[in-house]
Design a protein around this ligand. Structure first.
Ligand SMILES: Cc1cc2nc3c(=O)[nH]c(=O)nc-3n(C[C@H](O)[C@H](O)[C@H](O)COP(=O)(O)OP(=O)(O)OC[C@H]3O[C@@H](n4cnc5c(N)ncnc54)[C@H](O)[C@@H]3O)c2cc1C
Length: 327
């Protein structure tokens, strides 16, 4: 039995890695140049910058074990950033002592570690999938990629919907997963300053603000670009409203917002802007863990099915692999 996994984010990688451990034959396809998905840090001439996932936490015992393994292998490390909450114009130290991990030297490192023993075909965008009742046929740009006895789709909700469109018409139960939007957008801007700020914090949760949701001093993270690098994440509401805005315009707003929230004058050397169309979980989308349809030899996993975040994406892929391999 050969299994195709579409998507080499943390969910697809966790699923593929577990299936390979069970002795199954697996091929992973990803449209990106390398694996990582939303955990990918941007490589710049000066070093890595985290424009997507900032850190991850571990609550479930099975994921804690995975993190211990990554710590031993040196692909993750705890982030010792000093955290704060900005609310009603006031900046206060956060009492939250949860351990937060980052990939070393970039966020995608743990994803790449999971895929070390797995066949990865990238960059390869799968654009057509066909099911003949026993096998899935996959295509990219009309090129046949192979036929597979099981198919795992480990993509963000909206991208999974596009790939499954034809099949969903005949599958009302599957269709129901796509009726409400699970993932909301995020504009992300890194701002390099020419001098260090005096703010005594490295990560700031911005609460109750119309525009910004998170600020982080990237150079407080091991392995990231040196210099004073501040990241601004805009809120889902702001990002949705300005989804089609020009990146230069968003960068300008980010600089003004950083100055307002830090409460001091800043001098900007350069900015780097990225729009995530499908970023973080809509709070009211239901939790499914994963989906496995034996009648269609089809599995779905990803953060959006399991409450969002890195840990839940990993758990979704891992749990789908367990379901598939015990079938
Ligand atoms: C701005 C931002 C900040 C975040 N901050 C945090 C945080 O601090 N902590 C936290 O825990 N989580 C955070 N998250 C969420 C976290 O990044 C995600 O929950 C997790 O990385 C999702 O993993 P995934 O495997 O489900 O999906 P993805 O990482 O999106 O993986 C999907 C993969 O599918 C590939 N793909 C898409 N279409 C195709 C196709 N047709 N063919 C082939 N390949 C395809 C993509 O290239 C991608 O690699 C953040 C996300 C964003 C965007």
């Amino acid at each position: 039995m050969t299994i195709a996994v579409i998507g080499a984010g943390i969910a697809g990688a966790a699923c593929a890695s577990e299936l390979v451990k069970q002795g199954l034959d697996v091929v992973v396809f990803d449209k990106g140049l390398s694996a990582g998905g939303r955990m990918s840090s941007k490589r710049t001439p000066d070093g890595y910058l985290d424009l997507g996932a900032q850190y991850f936490t571990a609550r479930a015992a099975v994921f804690k074990r995975q993190c211990e393994n990554w710590l031993t292998l040196g692909v993750i490390t705890p982030w010792q950033g000093r955290l704060a909450i900005y609310e009603n114009g006031t900046l206060c130290a956060s009492p939250d002592q949860t351990t937060r991990y980052i990939g070393l030297p970039s966020m995608q490192k743990p994803v790449q570690q999971l895929l070390q023993q797995v066949k990865l075909n990238s960059p390869c965008r799968v654009d057509t999938i066909k099911y003949d009742g026993t096998h899935w046929q996959l295509y990219s740009d009309e090129q046949h990629l192979g036929h597979f006895s099981q198919l795992v789709i480990a993509l963000p909700q909206q991208q999974a919907a596009m790939l499954l469109a034809e099949h969903l018409l005949q599958q009302p139960q599957l269709q129901a997963l796509f009726n409400a939007e699970a993932l909301l957008p995020c504009w992300s801007v890194n701002i390099e300053l020419d001098a260090a700020t005096s703010v005594p914090f490295d990560g700031i949760f911005v609460k109750g603000d119309n525009a910004v949701s998170w600020l982080a001093r990237q150079n407080s993270k091991t392995g990231r670009a040196p210099g004073e690098q501040w990241l601004v994440h805009f809120s889902p509401a702001f990002s949705q409203l300005h989804l089609e805005a020009d990146a230069a315009q968003i960068s300008k707003v980010a600089v003004a917002e950083l100055q307002r929230l830090l409460g001091e004058d800043i001098s900007v050397m350069q900015t780097l802007c990225h729009r995530w169309r499908y970023a973080q979980q809509a709070p009211d989308y239901p939790v499914h863990s994963h989906i496995y349809r034996t009648d269609l030899s089809l599995g779905l996993c990803g953060d959006w099915l399991n409450g969002g975040r890195v840990e839940n994406a990993w758990l979704s892929g891992y749990q789908l692999a367990r379901a598939l391999s015990y079938d």
